[in-house]
Ligand binder design. Structure first.
Ligand SMILES: Nc1ncnc2c1ncn2[C@@H]1O[C@H](COP(=O)(O)OP(=O)(O)OP(=O)(O)O)[C@@H](O)[C@H]1O
Length: 230
C-alpha cells in the first residue's frame, strides 16, 4: 500500500564495506509517512539517521529496497529524474542553514523556485509570503551573515518549502540553536507543516521537541521501529 504515504521506505538496506567486513547500517528498514504527519527520528549518533534521510531524499541509493515518493517507486529512475523529483517534491533542512552567503534571505528563498521555472516576480511574491509566515519578513533583504542563528534557520525552512514539496526531511534542524530559539524555530516549522500538509521526517536529539511531534521512531539494529517518548 505504498500509495497511501507521501514517503515510504520499503525493505531498505544500506551497508558499507569495512575492509573485508560489511558494516550494515539499514537492514530491511520500513517506514511510511502520511501527508501532514510529523515524525521524529531519534537515535544515537552513528545509528544511521543521516543515511536514512539521504536515502529518503534521493541523495543516496540503497543497496536494496525501494523508496516511494507520492507512490512513485524511485529506485529505477535515472539520476536526472531523481534530481527533478528532489527539486519538486522534497525539501531539506540541515543543522547548519547552508544559505548562500552572497544572496539576501529573500533571494535564497526565490532561487529554488526560479530553478523550476517560476518567474522572478512570482518567486519574490511567494518568498515574501513565506518569510512573513516565518515572522522574518522584515529581514528579507538582509544577507545570512546579518541574521541571527534562529533567523537563518527560519529562512532555511522557508527555502525548503518554497516549491511546496510533499516531503520535508530535516537533520537536526534546531541542533545548533539555544533551547529558547530552538523552541521558536520548532514552533514555526510545526505551523508550516500543519498549514502545508507536507509529510515531515525530522531527526533530532531533543526529546522535548520529539514528544511534540505526532510520533517518534528510532533505528534499532538497522530497522526503523516505534519509539515511546516520555
Ligand atoms: N560513506 C561511508 N562509508 C563508510 N561508513 C559510513 C559512510 N557514511 C556513514 N558511515 C557510517 O554509517 C554509520 C551511520 O552514519 P550516519 O551519519 O547515518 O549516522 P547518524 O545517526 O546520522 O549519526 P549522527 O547523529 O552522529 O549524525 C556511522 O557508523 C558512519 O560511520
Amino acid at each position: 500500500m505504498a500509495e497511501s504515504f507521501a514517503l515510504r521506505l520499503e525493505q531498505v538496506e544500506r551497508h558499507y564495506k569495512q575492509g573485508d567486513d560489511r558494516l550494515t547500517i539499514l537492514d530491511a528498514a520500513d517506514v511510511g509517512i502520511s501527508a501532514g504527519e510529523m515524525v521524529a527520528l531519534v537515535a544515537p549518533s552513528g545509528a544511521g539517521k543521516s543515511t536514512l534521510l539521504h536515502i529518503a531524499g534521493l541523495l543516496e541509493r540503497p543497496n536494496a529496497g525501494e523508496v516511494y515518493i507520492d507512490g512513485e517507486a524511485c529506485g529505477s529512475l535515472g539520476d536526472d529524474r531523481r534530481t527533478e523529483m528532489r527539486r519538486r517534491s522534497i525539501g531539506f533542512v540541515y543543522q547548519f542553514h547552508h544559505l548562500l552567503p552572497e544572496f539576501s534571505a529573500l533571494e535564497n528563498v526565490m532561487l529554488p523556485q526560479m530553478i523550476l521555472g517560476r518567474s522572478r516576480a512570482e518567486a519574490a511574491e511567494r518568498s515574501r509570503e513565506l518569510l512573513d509566515y516565518m515572522r522574518i519578513g522584515k529581514r528579507a533583504d538582509h544577507r545570512p551573515a546579518e541574521l541571527s542563528g534562529g533567523e537563518q534557520q527560519r529562512v532555511a525552512i522557508a527555502r525548503a518549502v518554497a516549491n511546496a514539496p510533499h516531503v520535508l526531511l530535516a537533520d537536526e534542524p534546531t541542533g545548533n540553536l539555544d533551547p529558547t530559539t530552538a523552541g521558536y524555530v520548532f514552533d514555526a516549522l510545526t505551523a508550516l507543516v500543519r498549514q502545508s500538509g507536507v509529510a515531515a521526517l525530522i531527526a533530532t536529539h531533543n526529546h522535548e521537541l520529539a514528544a511534540r511531534m505526532d510520533r517518534a521512531v528510532t533505528i534499532d539494529t538497522g530497522k526503523v521501529v516505534p519509539l515511546q517518548i516520555d
